[in-house]
Design a protein around this ligand. Sequence first.
Ligand code: AMP
Ligand code: MN
Ligand code: MN
Length: 327
Amino acid sequence: MTWFDAPEWDDAVEALRGASSVSLACHINPDGDALGSLLAASLGLKQLGKSVYPSWGATSVEVPYSFSFLPGADLLVRAADVPAEAAFLALDCGAGHRLGSLEERARAAPCLINVDHHPGNDNFGTLNIVVTTVSSTAEIVTRLLQDLGVTIDKEIATCLYVGIVTDTGRFQYANSTPDTLRLAADLLSFGVDAPQIAQEVYESSPFGFLKLTGRVLDRAVLHERERFVYSWISRKDLKETGVAPDETDALIDLVRSTRAADVAAMFKEQSDGSWRVSMRSKGRSVGALARSRGGGGHELAAGFTAPDRETTAAGLVAELAAAGDGS
Ligand code: AMP
Ligand code: MN
Ligand code: MN
């Protein structure tokens, strides 16, 4: 059966069914959807008797603290140990480069299945299951596992639910459709502990996160006319507050919460001195802004990397001003 109008669905199911070992990777700096999809797919394929090698293309595959409760994390292997000769399943990667150091190996695999929901996905797979109408890659993985005959259990359902909850911003964004909510409800019926997950994901920050939040909110800059708000997190902030870089994702949601702005950005200084920029919008598109700067994402949530904070912020202000309200 073909789901979601993905023409290569049956071929992808066949390829996975026929594979005795599967390498799996999500995007670098993984979020809840990337990790949930990766671990759910790994647990499901393992249940079918396949050898699985889940990872992502970074030097360390340490799961961020707020996702460390996810079942299946014990299956993770180092990127260097991901075999190239196995079928390769890429999850939640809007472009090949999101595989990081695993991109080359993925492209060399006999079969590269690209399962994703980002608009503008560059179809880097040999088989591409790109469905932009769903909330999360986890939604697609759910259907994929069902078609493969995997018995969804509490562990798999937990991973899938986390993918959906996080990518819908706890079911509050426009991508949370009736189908999404029905699927989430089905997953709960497998015994998923939703309140426990909410605590693990959203209420497990270190104390220093409160101090970091104070800094970030205090220095937020508002461009009233452009209805644009932004702030930043430096490496010094992280060092002084004791917060890990992967524990800062929630801050953009606080900055965007002012009614004075429609577009929000968070600049995060990287170890090489460059800045990862997260953008969020309440309506006008930020996908193009990110894509034209070498990044990507969705229309209302996108990101890119830039060498310099101040020049980049000024460039964004100018572009938002030029685009006016109609973009
Ligand atoms: P983030 O702000 O990191 O949560 O990312 C928001 C969205 O943009 C997610 O869908 C990411 O996958 C995507 N994204 C973030 N950074 C990049 C990048 N450098 N290149 C492509 N997509 C990105
Ligand atoms: Mn993601
Ligand atoms: Mn996603």
